[in-house]
Structure formats: C-alpha cells, structure tokens
Design a binder for this molecule. Structure first.
Ligand code: ADP
Length: 324
C-alpha cells in the first residue's frame, strides 16, 4: 500500500502567503514543490520565490487549522496525505498511538477507502473529499453510534450552505438515508464511516467521503450515485466545504458531549425522508426481507415492521437497507 504524505514545504509556503518562500539553491525543496504541483496545488513561481494562491478548493493543513480556531476540540491538527490506503485506518492507528482529539487525517486519494461491512468506498484523486476526524468522547460507548447522526446532519447543513451562501446557483435536493448516507436527488453522494479504537486508546474516528467532481462517481454506480458538482453544475470548493463541515459538526458534538442525544436524533429525522413509513428491503448477510420503517431507537438504530407484523430494531453494523 502506498503512503505519500504531503511535504512540510506546503505548510511553509501557505503560512508565508503573500511573500511566498525562496527556493534558491535547494533542490530538495524544489522537488517537494514540484510534487505538490503535480498533485494539483496552485503554486506559482516568481523570481525565485514560490507562492500558493488562497484557493478555497486547496486543502492545505495550516489553513484548515487556522480557519477552525476556537472549535469544540480546541485545535484541529491536520495530517495531510496525497495518497493513503484509508484515512480511517490511519486515524485508528494515530488514535492508538495517542493522537489528540481533533486530529484530522486528510487524503487527496484513497487506494483502499472503506464502506461499512467490509465494503469499498471508491476515492479517485482530485475529485472527492476524503478525511477522518479523531474524537475522544466521554459519553458511554453505547451512545457512540449517534456520532454518525451528528456527522450526517453536519454534512447536510454544509451542503445546504453552498446554496444559501450563493456558492452554487440552486439549492440541492438533500436527503439522509439510514444509517450513514447522504443523497442528492435520491442518489448516493457521500458516506460516513464511524469506527472505534478500544482497549486503552478509547477513540472514535469519524470518516467522511464525499463525491465532489463528476469524475468521482464510479462508472459502475452511475445510476445510483452522483457528485455535488454534478448536481450543482459548478465546481465545489473542497476546503470551504470541509471547514464548514467541521464547524457544523462541533455544534452537534457539543450536544453529544452534553448528553442531548434525543435532540441530535430529532435533527437527523427532520432531514431524512426514510425513517418512518417507507417500504424498504433489509439485507442481512444472505437474508433479504421486505419491511416498513417505523422510527429510530434511543441510540439511532432503525425500527422496522416486517411482513408478519413484528417490530424489530436493526443495527447499522449488521444490515443494509434500500428503498423498495
Ligand atoms: P450502504 O449502501 O449499505 O450504506 P456503505 O455505506 O457501506 O453501503 O457504502 C459502500 C457502498 O457504496 C459500496 O458497496 C458501493 O456500492 C458504494 N460506493 C462505493 N464508492 C462509492 C462512491 N464513490 N460513491 C457512491 N457510492 C459508492
């Protein structure tokens, strides 16, 4: 598996913004700058100095850190990669090694992006947003699944802000599908993957993958998946969306930390059309059943009524659901 960390020079150039940094006689710096350019960073040379344009699409660690000052976890600490297997896997190993709450792993491209139940999240370069946030929640483990709802609502609000703030010409048709998907015009556009590191490390990692540019949509899934840029018809600034997400997420996380779980689930329900009275199929291993949704449990699990009239609660870790 190839791991390619974003070189430190990018942060140096970004911090020096207007004046840029000099590259005179340092071939290793020049090599790193060329590497950043080849991964799409808008770097410009001028009389032996190099500058980075403050483009809201450019995912630059120090800019994310400065744009989220005063956030619920104190400071966001960003580790950026051009390429990595899975940002969740990296976050889990950082969490086990003691990384602080608010550490964010970001990748331009994932070579082994993960979905639930061992599935893959296809994550091509430059066209999506892939990151994982490390948290150290103090609430009981049984409530941690609600962090998926916190993240889903935060992503919903960030996407809505694109329209509200005139970054895109029209409002998006956003829906939340239990447990972890964000749909645009009924098609899957983003997914959340919550995982935990336990046995001493006690961390939750919240992974987010968003299809941004049209090329991020896997060809084999084009009838059921879409991208934010495809729905909006204009390019989407990725760092802007990421920072917006972190700000919305912290609001939900403050509620979570205060034990206000019902409010979080109500927020999620208000934004989803699927949790009550909708005919679905439920897949659990080889078993496929028809059911009707009938609510959420106190920990965010889905309540369903099956064909024989029984009510059951199904867990995000066990089943997939589809609208019939
Ligand atoms: P579920 O649809 O059951 O909620 P997951 O949340 O685990 O599934 O997401 C993994 C699934 O998402 C994959 O099996 C695949 O069908 C689909 N998928 C993978 N990559 C993408 C992508 N970039 N955009 C949309 N859907 C994707």
């Amino acid at each position: 598996m190839s791991v390619l960390e974003i070189p430190a020079v990018l942060n140096r150039i970004a911090s020096a913004e207007a004046e840029g940094i000099g590259l005179l006689d340092d071939p290793s710096l020049l090599r790193d700058v060329e590497l950043c350019r080849s991964w799409g960073y808008p770097l410009a040379f001028d009389q032996g100095r190099v500058r980075l344009a403050r483009d809201p699409d450019a995912i630059v660690p120090v800019w994310i850190e400065s744009e989220t000052r005063g956030i619920a976890w104190g400071k966001t600490r960003v580790r950026g990669f051009f390429e990595i297997g899975s940002t969740n896997d990296e976050a889990l190993s950082c969490a086990r090694a003691g990384a602080a709450e608010g550490t964010l792993i970001y990748a331009v491209r994932q070579t082994a992006g993960k979905g639930r139940l061992g599935r893959k999240w296809i994550s091509p370069a430059h066209s999506g947003l892939y990151f994982t946030l490390i948290l150290r929640p103090h609430q009981p483990l049984s409530q941690w699944p609600i962090l998926t709802h916190v993240a889903s609502v935060a992503l919903f609000e960030s996407l809505r802000d694109l329209g509200k703030e005139g970054i895109i010409p029209n409002e998006l048709a956003i829906d939340l599908k239990w447990p972890n998907d964000i749909l645009l015009s009924g098609k899957k556009t983003a997914g959340i993957l919550l995982e935990t590191a336990l046995g001493g490390a006690e961390a939750a990692v919240v992974g987010v993958g968003v299809n941004i540019a049209p090329e991020s949509v896997p060809v084999s899934l084009s009838d059921q998946a879409t991208a934010v840029g495809l729905e909006a018809g204009v390019p989407i600034p990725r760092r802007w969306l990421l920072v917006r997400f972190l700000k919305h997420f912290q609001n939900g996380y403050r509620r979570f930390s205060a034990g206000r779980f019902a409010e979080i689930l109500d927020d999620w329900k208000r934004r989803s059309t699927m949790w009550n009275g909708v005919e679905i199929t439920v897949t659990e291993g080889d078993r496929i059943r028809a059911a009707v949704t009938c609510g959420l449990s106190a920990t965010g699990a889905l309540k369903i009524r099956t064909a024989d009239g029984n009510e059951e609660t199904v867990l995000a870790g066990d089943v997939s659901v589809r609208r019939q």
